[in-house]
Design a protein around this ligand. Structure first.
Ligand SMILES: Cc1ncc(COP(=O)(O)O)c(C=O)c1O
Length: 417
């Protein structure tokens, strides 16, 4: 169910007409539905309620403080992958003992910060990292809680850039080497071995890869649980898919639960999950204004004020985003939707049937709540878009539009030039 719907032919975000928001706040404009965020979170928590999972919201999918805060209020923790994300999670009100810190390249400064905050655990991706965390914990007179991320070598059947649980990916410790990594972790004096982690990739449209991976890691969990008294947490990662097209079925959390719960049955471990896109993906849209319609002998181009610096997914992953008019129309044109950036890769849609629009009209790019604003840049010295949050008929700017001054903040001309 979407919170972005036509009411009387006008596209609405919950109860607020989108054209009105575009006029008032300008474009490009990210709009988030708070109701959708909460509904998705609750649907997943409810489907899995028999095991009362720890849900660490993957804030890499959307790290706006208002989004994190909304989910923290629902009881979510946070999955973070950098010191900056940890900082955001804490600022948004996530308790330190509800934060898991993942990522293959944690720096000394990041580890020190996380140890100082007292996070729940580090998801550790290599033996070298185990050693580093133990050394830093020793230096700070602390103990690093660790869950080793194993790579189960399961194909999540998604884009190669977002597949993370296959043998050739940089993530996790190969299952054949995991035993050795646990032995090392147990020997290192300033570590507490609390669990095992896996994350297969994203978006995953079927529960089958999760079941396959759990079958592979379960025997190892059983052994570790028997041998290590502190070993109690199994984190099964995120990756649950959503629909990007009207005819695409999302991964239903109840189907996910039906496949995953039997695989966890009797294991008697605390279970963690790290959903991102499932919660945020369809909670957001990106509104853009048509600047020009340009015809060349081969193609029609709808030139809009959104560019690849605002939404990178189409050029980066060849991702599909539905594009709809904010005033309903039955007429259509055929062509590309492109931005103003000086790259041929700057497109939102290619060779697509599109609503018939004219310069000055607004379009809404759907499914823009996850891996969208978070990947925005200042390329071509374009300020990043404003973000607003809507609930019912209430609206709040949750991140101001960047100005040109914001774009050059921190830059200096050498005194000697
Ligand atoms: C370790 C880890 N956990 C969770 C996620 C969240 O994935 P998704 O947003 O698809 O749920 C990611 C995504 O990259 C990840 O790398």
């Amino acid at each position: 169910m979407s919170e972005f719907t036509y009411q009387g032919g006008v596209f609405h975000a919950e109860q607020v007409p989108v054209p009105q928001l575009a006029e008032q706040y300008g474009t490009p404009l990210y709009i988030y539905s708070r109701t959708h965020l909460i509904r998705q979170y609750r649907a997943l928590a409810d489907a899995m309620k028999s095991i009362r999972p720890h849900i660490y919201f993957a804030i890499k999918s959307n790290s706006n403080l208002a989004v994190i805060h909304t989910l923290a209020n629902e009881g979510a923790g946070a999955d973070v992958v950098s010191g900056g994300e940890l900082y955001r999670a804490r600022k948004a009100g996530v308790a330190a003992d509800k934060i898991a810190f993942a990522g293959v390249g944690k720096t000394v400064a990041e580890i020190d910060y996380a140890l100082g905050e007292g996070i729940r655990f580090f998801t550790v991706e290599s033996e070298e990292e185990l050693t580093r965390i133990s050394e830093r914990a020793a230096a700070l007179g602390s103990v690093g809680r660790v869950a080793i991320r194993v790579n189960p070598d399961v194909d999540p059947k998604t884009h190669k850039y977002t597949s993370t649980g296959k043998a050739e990916n940089k993530f996790g410790v190969d299952l054949t080497r995991a035993e050795r990594a646990y032995e090392l972790a147990l020997k290192l004096p300033h570590l507490e071995v609390v669990g095992l982690h896996m994350h297969l990739g994203s978006p995953i449209m079927s529960p089958a890869p999760y079941a396959e991976a759990l079958e592979k890691v379960r025997p190892m969990c059983e052994t570790l649980k028997r041998d290590i008294t502190t070993f109690r947490h199994l984190d099964i990662g995120g990756g649950l898919g959503i629909s990007y097209r009207p005819d695409q079925a999302p991964l239903d959390p109840r189907d996910f639960a039906s496949a995953v719960l039997p695989a966890l049955h009797g294991l008697d471990m605390e279970v963690g999950m790290e959903p991102g896109r499932f919660i945020t993906g369809n909670a957001g849209i990106l509104v853009t204004r048509v600047e020009y319609i340009k015809d060349n002998p081969f193609k029609k181009f709808v030139i809009v004020d959104v560019a690849m610096n605002d939404l990178l997914r189409p050029p980066l992953y060849q991702a599909h985003h539905e594009i709809v008019p904010v005033i309903q129309t039955d007429e259509s044109i055929f062509g590309d939707v492109v931005g103003p950036i000086c790259e041929s890769g700057d497109f939102m849609a290619q060779d697509r049937s599109l609503p018939a629009v004219r310069a000055g009209d607004y379009l809404a790019i759907l499914s823009a709540g996850a891996y969208a604003f978070v990947m925005a840049s200042n390329y071509n010295t374009r300020g990043r878009a404003a973000e607003i949050m809507v609930q019912g008929d209430q609206v709040e700017v949750v991140r101001a539009r960047e100005t040109w001054d914001d774009c050059i903040r921190g830059e200096v001309m050498p005194t000697w030039s």
